[in-house]
Design a protein around this ligand. Structure first.
Ligand SMILES: NC(=O)c1ccc[n+]([C@@H]2O[C@H](COP(=O)([O-])OP(=O)(O)OC[C@H]3O[C@@H](n4cnc5c(N)ncnc54)[C@H](OP(=O)(O)O)[C@@H]3O)[C@@H](O)[C@H]2O)c1
Length: 329
């Protein structure tokens, strides 16, 4: 029988609850522990989601010999130090997006994971979803939309009031919270080396971006045109256009339906996502598979790709004048 993975979570916030629900429904994983800065909050989370252990400090979980995988679900500003502590204590890490405050921090973590031979991965769920990967295959199949040339993608939620979004010391802003989704989709579709990038943003009074617009131009003429906003809800849609038609992705953050049209706007196909638990199970599967094989990074989101994303985020922020206290730009 295969090992049941004991998953521990750092930070008892909103995404931690989604992960707890997911792990609770995965037969091959077990919600082992929740760690919060407050023991009362940890116990409340434990009661709600059925974790075996509740810790009132993150360190207690990091020191626990029984945990197989630690999922970090705190603000971006805290990922680096928490992941570092996990790696120093030999604990496999699945760390929420955005991976770290900047590329320098990400490089240090990757070097440490290599040195200690411990698994480390960015939990950017769309990179692991079978349906996302299927969408990329469909776009490039040649049969549905011809050759893909243009991605347009939007993502927006009215979340600017949240502490972790509005404050530079928590690495706030729309780019790190939302921008990473269309950027990852653009990289999946057209690769990670756009030749030219044009972008702009508007900021809050603390200096983090609340809305942004980014255009990537690739060497063979493909373009990705993306907008994200932490001020408003928007359609969350992605459209991949090719020379023989286009495909509309209903929600780039968690795609459920892709509708394909020909150049006369006649619907030629509709594809739906096969049943899933929540969509977060795939990153956990990928971590389990890599750990079982003894490799320190997942195939779907290798370290080099996380570093490339971090490099791009650094350069966009530099251009926009969005700085965090933890930056070493
Ligand atoms: N993959 C996705 O779909 C998705 C969706 C949303 C968010 N995320 C990512 O998940 C991470 C957490 O987001 P979230 O929406 O879950 O945030 P959240 O609800 O605010 O929860 C974050 C948790 O981090 C802990 N924390 C530690 N230091 C903190 C500080 N100084 N200020 C605030 N919280 C602190 C808190 O847990 P304790 O009080 O228990 O210690 C808090 O509950 C972010 O990296 C975000 O980008 C991913």
């Amino acid at each position: 029988m295969e090992q049941i993975f004991r998953v521990g979570i750092i930070g008892a916030g909103s995404i931690a609850a989604s992960m707890a629900e997911t792990v609770g429904r995965m037969p091959e994983a077990h919600l082992y522990a929740i760690a919060s800065r407050s023991i009362e909050k940890a116990r409340e989370f434990q009661d709600k989601w059925g974790a075996e252990k509740a810790y009132g400090s993150y360190d207690e979980l990091i020191q626990d010999e029984k945990v197989d995988l630690i999922y970090i679900a705190t603000p971006h500003s805290h990922h680096y130090e928490q992941a570092r502590q996990c790696l120093l204590n030999g604990k496999a890490v699945l760390c929420e997006k955005t991976f770290t405050a900047n590329k320098a921090q990400a490089e240090e973590l990757v070097a440490l994971a290599r040195e200690r031979k411990v698994f480390l991965a960015e939990a950017i769920w769309t990179r692991y979803m079978p349906f996302s990967k299927e969408i990329v295959k469909m776009a490039h199949s040649g049969e549905l939309i011809g050759r893909p040339y243009m991605l347009t993608a939007n993502l927006g939620y009215p979340i600017e009031h949240k502490e972790r979004i509005k404050k530079p010391e928590l690495c706030g802003g729309a780019l790190l919270d939302l921008g990473v989704y269309p950027i990852n989709l653009a990289f999946m579709l057209f690769g990670n080396s756009p030749e030219r990038i044009m972008s702009c943003c508007s900021k809050n009074e603390l200096g983090v971006d609340l809305q942004n617009s980014m255009t990537f131009i690739y060497p063979e003429g493909e373009m990705a045109v993306m907008q994200t906003t932490a001020r408003c809800a928007n359609d969350r849609m992605g459209v991949v256009s090719g020379d023989k038609g286009y495909m509309v992705i209903d929600n780039i953050n968690n795609p459920h339906t892709v509708t394909v049209y020909d150049t006369n706007h006649k619907q030629t196909g509709i594809y739906t996502c096969p049943p899933q638990i929540t969509g977060y199970e795939y990153e956990v599967h990928a971590a389990m598979e890599a750990i079982r094989k003894g490799v320190i990074e997942p195939e779907d989101m290798p370290h080099a790709e996380t570093l490339r994303i971090m490099e791009l985020l650094d350069s966009l922020r530099k251009e926009w004048g969005v700085a965090y206290p933890s930056d070493k730009l």
